[in-house]
Design a protein around this ligand. Sequence first.
Ligand code: HEC
Length: 150
Amino acid sequence: MMPYGYSTDPELDRSTNRVMWAGVVLLIAMAAAFPLYLLYEPASREDARAAQLASLVTEGESIWSFSCASCHGETGAGNSAPALNSQQFLQSASDEQIQLLVSVGVPGTAMSAFSQDFAGPMTSEQIKAVTTFLRSWEDDAPDVPNWRDP
Ligand code: HEC
């Protein structure tokens, strides 16, 4: 019977030592890799955020075509409803204001409530998506000072 925890077999001792050294080397490699990970991580988080934004814009674009374009125009130039593709509009309205307005609508006008909380068809995630799509126009939006009545 061998005592527990070590052996008298030199071959087994050698292989145990090899495993231990492999562990030490691995630990050092991980410690060395950690700063590299820290360097890389913010970039990958930024990529993830950009990808999420892009998918919101894509979803928002199809919501726009389906639910908003008939009144506001496919390109947002306005029609029977205000032009929303307008520097003046986009700079004056925050995302929160747009989401709220689309959620509850403008009583007494053709702008109905879109949130399911107000008997509309959309989830808050969908309203956020279409708002993100409107915001994506801002960089190239034309000057339309009379956006309320284009
Ligand atoms: C049936 C026509 C119609 C549809 C469909 C429609 N709107 Fe409107 N919307 C209007 C009208 C009319 C107004 C102006 C209301 C007023 O007189 O204040 C308006 C106003 C707005 C405003 C506010 C502009 C301001 O005065 O600050 C936003 C934002 C808006 N709509 C977004 C949307 C979005 C997003 C959708 C699709 C989810 C949509 N609308 C669908 C008719 C429509």
